[in-house]
Design a protein around this ligand. Sequence first.
Ligand code: PEP
Ligand code: MG
Length: 580
Amino acid sequence: MQRLQGIAVSPGVAIGEAIIFGNEGFRISRRFLPREAVASELARLDQAIAAAAKEIDLNRQRVAEQLGDDYAAIFSAHLQMLQDRKLREELEQMIRDRHYSPEYSVSRALRRYAKVFLSLEGDTMAERANDVFDIEKRLLRHLLGERREGLGELTGEVLILAHNLTPSETANLNPNFVKGFVTETGGPGSHTAIVAEALDIPAVVGTGPFLTEVSGGETLIIDGDNGLVILQPDEETLARYRHEVDEHKQLAAKLETLRDLPSDTLDGQHVTMFGNIEFPAEVKPCLDRGAEGIGLYRTEFLYLTRDVQPSESDHLAAYREVIEALDGRPVVMRTLDLGADKIPNFPMPDDERNPFLGLRSTRLALKHVDMFRIQLRAMLRATTAGPIKIMFPLITNLLELRRAKMVLSDAMEDLEEEGIPFSRDIDIGMMVEVPSAVVMMDHFVQEVDFFSIGTNDLIQYALAVDRSNKDVASLYTGSDPSILRLIKMAIDTAAQHDKPISMCGQMCGNPIYTMVLLGLGLRTFSVVPAAIPEIKRVCRSVTIPQCEEFAARVMSLESARDVKTALREELIKILPDQLI
Ligand code: PEP
Ligand code: MG
């Protein structure tokens, strides 16, 4: 049994069979062969080795011709490893005696070799390990050939292990089959983490390297509450975690009963509970859990799940689907927030050194006005279908906001000229997710109809902590007193000017923050669907004066650690059965 500590990004416990999702989309699960298949599978292995050897030799010749023998030596070394007699014997033994499939045997044997290299000191050892991975990939490519399976063709329940998953790869996971995932890289606020929460599957990111320690088909446990991954668990650990799975189910059943009840506090203050979505299909899970509407529709995911830019009618079709599913309830559509870790498949600016500080979000939209206009036209046209609001992300200064509004006005004029119906009576809002926006809010209030606080970015920009970097994950926290102060400033300024303000960052979907946020004056929460019942339960268990008193106490604390301890203690006092 081996424990890995990573970062908890999506709660719950999953126990199941691992599959490794490689850089090239290989899926290797442990398949046991029937006895009669051993001979033909050995022949298949030999064919794959021969084909891989031919390929390597061809590369060796080409490189030798163009660059000389010294450069070609690397391929000679690969060839030697591939044709090593001991490796062949080991593979044969796995296939013949243990009835493992050739794919599983290749992956298991070569990963063990790579691990030995990685455990040795020196740069050349890491290179040797890379050589071994290269041979593994090459052999798998030949073995799997056309049978190569992506994550789209799953037929049974699995837990995915990967070095990294992009937000769009994560968005494409089918939660009917994928019951959890672990990635070696990634940070707490990454969009991969956010999508995991939206899919409502346990996930742990940022474990550091471990893929050499496991093989597809092995049983593992993902403890999404504590950021733990347990490889080759023993029976006692399995039994303990099965019990935890039951506890989660019991709490979920208890929360289910809150579905149709309002989120009012004990003293009768109404709290509006909205859901966050990335795709139209997520509206239903939000409504099923009692959301009153959608407080954040991350429309950029439409760009992330296709190879070409969506057309005006693609946008319109998606927006209409959302509006229809909401059946009269409101939706805040955020304009495209591409860039940083949300990179579409179509051409974008060259690699940036600091993508989170670069051409991202509204800045990118204003640089590609044609693309922006297409989306805005579709949003405006969608106003005839139901109550929508438009919100601009990552606004950092007034000029930027005015330029975005100008593009929207131009789109309105174009539609008018073309005689295409839309409503001009539409609320325009902005995300408050950069400290400069908080500081300048007394000016922004003149320009917009509403605000939404995006803590995912506010935390990263206020604390200078990359939200998707595992190495600084412990610094990435909404419990930092400076974040609470920024939130208070934003809520107070909005209140002074009578402007609605909500929060749609992950922070307000975490029950430890509910009381302090209520105490600071927040009355509209927009959270991942899975978090709605829990947040509602906290709201229904407290009074506003109680929260205000608690918030005043929390605001006097000086460190994130003290704040977090206070938040946890208070929540447990109120809801002793809350899983934190
Ligand atoms: C945020 O930054 O809090 C937010 C809601 O936007 P996103 O997570 O999509 O950047
Ligand atoms: Mg953001």
